[in-house]
Design a protein around this ligand. Structure first.
Ligand code: UDP
Length: 447
């Protein structure tokens, strides 16, 4: 009996970005509800504070392997390469110390798929390792497809319109042109990191923050392709709601929402990383104002390229109908009755949070997987539409009216509510995500 209790410690290795940290910490909380002890191993950059939200978790630091000053300049792919190359030995030392401290009985290391350096330590100390994919199952499937493509051949093929329009085998409705490569830097380097992330795995299972009702065909594809157990146990934020926000939430917007008419407000947030040009922000401000709908707009400090703060002209433009915050309590905002639509960059967490609240979306993806999510929102679930082309005030105005006022949106609300119910059912006792979490807990005990 005692032996089992000891074995129930799990080490989590999150990738240091908000959209990755949040689901990893939620997974940790869900597993701690199942009786596991949780250790979080993280670097100095974007560190989750061990404060009041996770009082029972143990936190350890992996010594910094890429100086913070280099992160912005490197770009994602080069940063990942460097981070993984430099962290292997550091993480091994870290695990060695943990083993000394906590005894030899670790159930598992769960690492973000981007933190693949973790596998070396798992192998050395004979601890099972499991991957957490914080994006969609479809994105994971696309990564597998990309990891197998020969870079040169792909370059030739992608210029061929016939190939571009071809459906990726068994991943309908995805076409080759939809594979998430845009905004990822030079293609050859991106394919290289895809091979590292998706081809060289020795992990024994994959956890995905999704639900069967959202992506059944991608999940079936993955289960066949990967040949290891796949656990779709999302959306994690319903199962475990601990707050791991890196920025302070401005709750004054809830009071502002309380004064608005039901389903009248458009909520605008582009997640934790995306940047906008000043010109786009200005056009958006005018478009929002001209739509005459109230709006709640998250503008993170530093998120307007080349501008330290919000241009004065924008503040003036929006002051009548709009409310601007630096960071919102997003899940609560989306669940507020005054919200009538979500203008989103379609990060996976934001997409899930919107679906859970049954809120239709305007999709304005910036890159890679966000574009995949936007395709699903528009064409598979049909709970929103994409804003194509340049951000211009007339286009913005039209899109907002289309989402909040037009009759067409009734159908979107209906479909969004059906999806919301399905998703909520999946995490209730007997639902597919509920069962997947149970199976995962059992899996750790038998590994
Ligand atoms: N978020 C938030 N307040 C904000 C904006 C975003 O709490 O004002 C949260 C949001 O709820 C989501 C996360 O930040 O959980 C963003 O993750 P996502 O995957 O949507 O996008 P990313 O930031 O990775 O691009």
């Amino acid at each position: 009996m005692e032996k089992i209790a000891e074995k129930r410690r799990i080490v989590l290795v999150p990738f240091p970005a908000q959209g990755h940290i949040t689901p990893m910490m939620q997974l940790g909380q869900a597993l701690s509800f199942k009786g596991f002890s949780i250790t979080v191993a993280q670097g100095e950059y974007n560190k989750v504070s061990s404060s009041q939200h996770f009082p029972t978790f143990q936190f350890v630091t992996i010594p910094e392997s890429v100086p913070v000053s280099q992160k912005e300049n490197l770009g994602l792919v080069e940063f990942l390469m460097k981070l993984n190359n430099n962290s292997e030995a550091r993480f091994k030392d870290c695990v060695a110390e943990l083993l000394l401290e906590n005894g030899n009985d670790f159930a598992c290391i769960i690492y973000d798929e981007l933190m693949y350096f973790s596998e070396a330590a798992a192998k050395e100390f004979k601890i099972p390792s499991v991957i957490l994919s914080t994006a969609s199952a479809t994105n994971h499937a696309c990564g597998c497809v990309l990891s197998k493509l020969n870079a040169e051949k792909f370059l030739v093929d992608i210029e061929d319109p016939e190939v571009q329009d071809k459906v990726v085998e068994n991943l309908d409705p995805l076409r080759y042109k939809n594979l998430p490569i845009s905004g990822m830097g030079p293609l050859d380097r991106f394919l290289e990191i895809c091979r590292e992330v998706f081809n060289k795995r020795t992990a024994s299972a994959v956890i995905i923050n999704t639900a069967s009702c959202l992506e059944s065909s991608s999940l079936s594809w993955l289960k066949q392709e990967l040949n290891i157990p796949v656990f779709p146990l999302g959306p994690l934020h319903i199962t475990a709601s601990a707050n791991s926000s890196l920025l302070e939430e401005d709750r004054s917007c809830i009071e502002w929402l309380n004064k608005q008419v039901p389903r009248s407000v458009i909520y605008i947030s582009l997640g934790s990383i995306a940047h906008m040009e000043t010109k786009e922000v200005r056009e958006m401000a005018w478009g929002l104002r001209n739509s005459n709908q109230p709006f709640l707009w998250v503008i993170r400090p530093g998120s307007i390229a080349g501008s330290e703060s919000l241009p004065e002209e924008v503040s003036k433009t929006v002051s009548e109908k709009g409310y601007i915050v630096k960071w919102a309590p997003q899940k609560e905002v989306l669940g507020h009755p005054a919200v009538g639509g979500f203008w989103s960059h379609c990060g996976w967490n934001s997409t899930l949070e919107s679906i859970v609240e049954g809120v239709p979306m305007i999709c304005r993806p910036f890159k890679g997987e966000q574009k995949l999510n936007a395709i699903y929102v528009e064409s598979v679930w049909r709970i929103g539409f994409q804003l194509q082309g340049e951000v211009e005030r007339a286009r913005v105005e039209r899109a907002v009216k289309r989402l909040i006022v037009d009759e067409e949106v009734e159908g979107m609300w209906e479909r969004a509510l059906v999806l919301k119910e399905k998703l909520k059912a999946s995490i209730r006792s007997g639902g597919s995500s509920y069962k997947a979490l149970d199976e995962l807990a059992k899996y750790f005990e038998t590994e």
